[in-house]
Ligand binder design. Structure first.
Ligand code: LRH
Ligand code: MN
Ligand code: MN
Length: 407
């Protein structure tokens, strides 16, 4: 291990990079986990209850604290309202802090009320639009009261059949609703607009792609940005290029990481396509090198709902994959890359990237963890803690409060 670490140090030194800089970047990199990833949820076919899965927000936070304990890089937890509806937010905030956590992005739920059959912010009925707007405004208030400065907005709005509704009118309603929401946004708060190309609507989706989200964000103002959920693109979409474009437009708000093979499968981030994840981080690190301001304020979040996997371990595994992808991107020899690019050396440039991707960064991440007083193997640390067995004994098997679907 030590020998491998020295090898990485030497390779970086040859590139003119001090390994301490790389370590410092990894140490300051944090990822937000979602409250809804800790409760029982599944597919629309079946929810298989996990023994000991969290049943309410306090238990979800307790589980998130375990993820933070073994990884050291997940200090915040995203909320979904009303899945996480509580009476006293100050009490929950204090509880989170007692666990060493902070409350993160607030996600308004605009898809599970009966009123939303034909949409929420785009609905033809002004009354429904007002209900949806009022819900987002109440989420802004919650965010303010818990010192969170991110609202992540995702709509299930769309149509199932051509002609079902007027697509341009829906767009006008969307913009109008978003403008009302944006006007209520406090200065320091950001509105992250998430897109998804299909599901649950199967003919048109009102926010289907990054371009539409970007247009909306640009019309709203500087505090509106785009949220890239990695599971929300058609097959073959070049997500790293979307990331590059958004960084260049100063509108990359954040990520919902997860992996998928077919559609919005919400699998462990980096489990199926780790190279794509690496390429995403390569774009971000490249922008960081050029002091792109946007690259420094990206909200890195996970959005996964596990059905058959152990939920806490799946979350930790995702973190490890994301950290690995970032660490590898930090190793890219940018000088050599630029030289190869500018001399038309197609394969040479590719091989620079490949050299970083193929580096075993485990010794580097071990070093980072040991310096933070963590176990080099967070999954093993979690397993040996006995926490999973303890909560399986203490928490009775049951449906979680909130979750998706089966909530
Ligand atoms: C929609 C989505 C969105 C929701 C979350 C539960 O597919 O990605 O972010 O809020 O899942
Ligand atoms: Mn998402
Ligand atoms: Mn999704």
């Amino acid at each position: 291990m030590a020998e491998h670490f020295e090898q990485i140090r030497a390779t970086l030194a040859q590139q003119g990079t001090d390994i301490e800089q790389v370590i410092a970047h990894i140490q300051t990199f944090s990822i937000e986990t979602p409250s809804w990833g800790y409760g029982n949820s599944g597919t629309r076919f079946k929810v298989f209850p996990w023994p000991g899965a969290a049943r309410d927000l306090r238990e979800k936070l307790a589980d998130a604290a375990q993820v933070q304990r073994v990884t050291g890089c997940c200090p915040t937890v995203a909320l979904h309202i009303p899945w996480d509806q509580v009476d006293d937010w100050q009490e929950i905030k204090a509880y989170a802090e007692h666990l060493g956590l902070r409350l993160g992005a607030v996600n308004p739920n605009l898809f599970q009320d009966h009123a939303y059959r034909f949409g929420s912010l785009c609905h033809f009925d002004k009354g429904v639009r007002s209900q949806a707007i009022a819900h987002v405004l109440s989420c802004i208030e919650i965010a303010q009261s818990i010192d969170s400065n991110v609202i992540s907005l995702w709509l299930a709005d769309g149509t199932n059949y051509p002609g079902q509704d007027d697509l341009r009118h829906r767009r006008h309603r969307l913009l109008d609703s978003l403008q009302t929401i944006y006007a209520a946004l406090p200065d320091r708060m950001r509105l992250l607009i998430e897109y998804k190309f299909f599901e649950p609507a199967f003919y048109s989706t009102d926010l289907p792609d990054w371009g539409t989200s970007l247009l909306m964000a640009q019309k709203l103002g500087p505090n509106a940005e785009v949220l890239v959920d990695t599971g929300h693109h058609p097959q073959g979409t070049n997500i790293p290029q979307i990331v590059a474009q958004l960084l260049d437009e100063d509108r990359l708000g954040g990520f919902h990481f997860n992996d998928r093979k077919y559609a919005d499968d919400d699998l462990i981030a980096g489990s199926l396509n780790p190279f794509e994840l690496f390429c995403i981080f390569h774009e971000i690190v490249g922008a960081q090198h050029e002091s792109n301001a946007n690259a420094g304020r990206i909200a890195y979040m996970i959005d996964q709902s596990h059905n058959i996997e152990p939920k806490i371990e799946a979350m930790i595994q995702s973190i490890l994959h994301i950290q690995t992808a970032y660490a590898k991107a930090l190793l890219v020899d940018r000088v050599a890359l630029q030289q190869a690019q500018e001399s038309g050396d197609v394969l040479g440039a590719y091989r620079v990237l490949q050299a970083a991707y193929e580096t075993d960064v485990r010794p580097l991440l071990t070093e980072v963890r040991v310096r933070q007083g963590l176990d080099p193997d967070p999954i093993a640390a979690f397993r040996s803690s006995g926490y999973a067995e303890q909560v399986a004994r203490e928490r009775t098997l049951g449906e979680s409060v909130g979750g998706y679907p089966g909530a």
